[in-house]
Design a protein around this ligand. Structure first.
Ligand SMILES: O=C1O[C@H]([C@@H](O)CO)C(O)=C1O
Length: 582
């Protein structure tokens, strides 16, 4: 029988039948099928030592780690055990070539899976890298529906850098208020903003009301932890004189984080599943939706342990840093470092943040962008008030997803499923990004930006002042179904003069990119992946308030979409198979 949550060796007879049932063949030579059987449910858990409910998978929080080799097929047989909510899971950073229906975006790639139903996610993992997965319906990611997805190079191939050991770190932020209360607050008049998170979680573990670093600060309450509690820190155990790869991914709902290890330099080698030109840094900023790999060398005094500190930046902080220890074996973990945890750089030192972000370039030999674009769209993000509700809008359209998923609606030409007028590709040239928006034309919408297959698309993301005077926030934008080249960033409004400053030489390939306050970010991608793809701010409440757009390309080239992605239940299946006589 299948073992819950674990990858198993392929059994060819079973695979053959799976192939028949699911319409996929036995993997080509060397690659494997990684089969997981998951149940999603709410469960009592104390991620930060305070009991609450979290969305767990197979009784675990965070969910089980998926580990595969590039070229493998991942099959996740997902059963929704929630009592009254649908669910979907998005495989963040996986391109879903040929399987756009497996992207796990409710209302875009599939119907939400109803309670009691099982959906088969079946996709290939193309590229090695550090990825993760998470819920993509309402604010279920904030409820704890996430886990790691690590792709190793194809079997027999090596990473382009050496390391002796690996540590995997999934970062998240945690609120004590339920997501239901948060969602209602965001859609109330007046808005009840969710505020800053109570706790930063490292691999689902944090400490509220106490600190493991209380010994340096008499205002802090020391934690009394045995080590076996769900909120006890996840310790990084290392041996001296070795090199470790630390994989760091952020699935935060809101927080922009900064990661540092006392006394240790970080060599950045990977970002969002792409190799970067290695560079040393004392700390990294990591925004929601991003991932990095850093190498560290354990060359410090071997009789000490060192702090791992994850603090918040970019927003006025109200959350203590998440902490754990880099434990040099065989030292006891109870031996605390001689000095306090590294201090997180000032939250509003945006020059420092830009300095870090601008240093990221593609590793030598990485694919280069096409030198010319076919189409360039400008996306201005503004915070707005629509009928008294606070929303976010892109070019004056605040995204409200339709009940019918776009992918099926577009494939079958169901024109009434969503607004057939494409949203605006530009914003008024004289728009003043330094003052609060006027809101005259802002509306709710669900139109789609449609690209020709193979089109080279530039997107210029333009930030602006929000409703409050003198305030513009940082937003990490995530694109589904593609990696894009980050051609450049700048302050103020993008103008034609910036063209020559764009980097076509070694721009990093990523799936998430940040847009700084009052600034712009330019990206380029090739619309060569038939499907319908979300492009949105990865801050969960911001997407919930409309901060996203929908891209589509070559939907006529999409193969058979599984019935369950188009509609639900047995009635849907029989109506689809035999519409006249179900
Ligand atoms: O979208 C947001 O809303 C709040 C605030 O602007 C309204 O209360 C905030 O900080 C956001 O990022």
């Amino acid at each position: 029988m299948l073992e819950m949550g674990k990858a198993r060796e392929p059994n060819f007879l079973v695979l053959f039948f799976f192939g028949l049932i699911l319409g996929f063949g036995i993997s080509s030579e060397g690659s494997q099928i990684r089969h997981y059987k998951w149940e999603v449910e709410y469960m009592f858990w104390a991620p930060d030592c305070n009991e609450n409910i979290v969305m767990g998978i197979n009784g675990q929080f965070p969910g089980p780690t998926i580990r595969a080799n590039a070229g493998d097929t991942v099959v996740v047989e997902l059963t929704n055990k929630l009592h009254t909510e649908g669910v979907v899971i998005h495989w963040h950073g996986i391109l879903q070539r040929g399987t756009p229906w497996a992207d796990g975006t409710a209302s875009i790639s599939q119907c939400a899976i109803n309670p009691g139903e099982t959906f088969f996610y079946n996709f290939t993992v193309d590229n090695p890298g550090t990825f993760f997965y998470h819920g993509h319906l309402g604010m279920q990611r904030s409820a704890g529906l996430y886990g790691s997805l690590i792709v190793d190079p194809p079997q027999g191939k090596k990473e382009p850098f050496h390391y002796d050991g690996e540590i995997n770190l999934l970062l998240s932020d945690w609120w004590h208020q339920s997501i239901h209360k948060q969602e209602v607050g965001l859609s109330s008049k007046p808005i009840r903003w969710i505020g800053e998170p109570q706790t930063i979680l490292l691999n689902g573990r944090g400490q509220f009301d106490c600190s493991i670093a209380a010994k340096y600060d008499s205002n802090l309450e020391p934690c009394k932890l045995k080590g076996s509690e769900p909120c006890a820190p996840y310790i990084f155990h290392v041996s001296p004189k070795k090199t470790y790869r630390i994989r760091i991914a952020s699935t935060t709902a809101l927080a922009a984080l900064n990661f540092a290890i006392g006394n240790h330099q970080l060599l950045v080698v990977e970002a969002d599943g792409n190799y970067v030109q290695p560079f040393y840094t004392s700390d990294i900023d990591i925004y929601s939706g991003e991932s990095y790999s850093v190498l560290i060398t354990t060359d410090q005094n071997p009789s000490e342990n060192y702090w791992v500190s994850v603090g918040t930046r970019a927003r006025h902080p109200n959350t203590p840093p998440g902490l754990t220890l880099l434990n040099y074996l065989p030292n006891s973990v109870s031996k605390l470092p001689t000095s306090p945890p590294p201090e997180t750089p000032a939250w509003d030192d945006f020059d420092r943040s830009k300095n870090f972000t601008y240093r990221i370039t593609a590793a030598m030999g990485s694919p280069k962008p096409p030198v010319k674009f076919n189409r360039r769209i400008f996306l201005l993000n503004t915070q707005n008030v629509i009928n008294g509700y606070v929303k976010w809008a892109i070019n004056d359209v605040s995204l409200a997803l339709p009940p019918t998923p776009y992918l099926g609606a577009m494939k079958y030409n169901l024109l009434h499923a969503f607004d057939q007028n494409p949203p605006p590709e530009v914003f008024p040239e004289d728009y003043d990004i330094d003052t609060p928006p006027t809101n005259e034309k802002t509306r709710i919408g669900n139109g789609v930006y449609q690209f020709k297959i193979g089109e080279v698309v530039d997107v210029i993301l333009q930030n602006a002042n929000m409703m409050k005077e003198n305030l513009s926030e940082t937003h990490p934008w995530h694109l589904h179904g593609h990696d894009f080249w980050v051609l450049g960033y700048g302050d103020g409004k993008f103008s034609a003069e910036e063209e020559s400053s764009l980097n076509l030489k070694n721009p990093p390939l990523r799936n998430t990119v940040v847009i700084f306050p009052y600034g712009w970010t330019a990206i380029r991608f090739v619309a060569d992946n038939p499907g319908v793809w979300a492009f949105h701010c990865h801050i969960e409440p911001h997407l919930h308030m409309g901060m996203g757009v929908v891209f589509a390309e070559g939907v006529d080239k999409v193969g058979r979409i599984p019935t369950k992605a188009l509609a639900c239940g047995v009635t849907a299946k029989s109506l689809i198979n035999n519409p006249k006589n179900p």
